[in-house]
Ligand binder design. Sequence first.
Ligand code: BG6
Ligand code: MG
Length: 209
Amino acid sequence: MKKAFIFDLDGVLVSTDRYHYAAWKSIADEEGIYFDETINNRLRGVGRRESLKIILERAPRTYGEEEERALAEKKNERYRASLENLTPADRLAGVSETLEALRRTGALLAVGSSSKNARYILGKIGYGDYFDAVADGNDIVNGKPDPEVFLKAAALLHLSPCDCYVVEDAKTGIDAAVRGGFCAVGIHDAAGYDRADHAIKAFSDLLGL
Ligand code: BG6
Ligand code: MG
């Protein structure tokens, strides 16, 4: 087993995906833009403005910079409102026990998320002070598939990428991990992605790495 685990947040530790989808769907509907769960899968791990650009690929007209900024802001307000009700019960299956068990092995635990809401979400699910390092969308210039957010987390842990697993549910996150020299572990949507070094079915399978 390696010295540390760097976890993606949305879709790996907590089930915020449905809130992202609902907020983007309401914006797309208002704008008359077709948007569905399949297109939503392309937004996994992708930053807010880049996500909007993917949605706008289906728009019947072009949007200016200021309009895009306002739409991204509106989406975030709706998303933030839905996050208010998050509690520790929204941690995904197996997360609480597995993180505790990994910690008992002496492994360091970190978060590497594209989200600018990561620290707010961690607080809501009772993990405000839990991780040894947190790097998120506020700390980076280049989003996944650039490895910047994971490299930042590894630097905060004072470890090299080769000493760390990155646990991801997004293909774009696996690409980022591989590019950065990490050991990439795919779960959920990314479990079937052949670029991942390991695929796990359940979060607790991390204990068997
Ligand atoms: C990622 C999600 O974790 O964060 C993406 O998988 C999301 O769907 C991205 O777009 C940015 O999130 P936020 O909270 O900064 O809008
Ligand atoms: Mg994710």
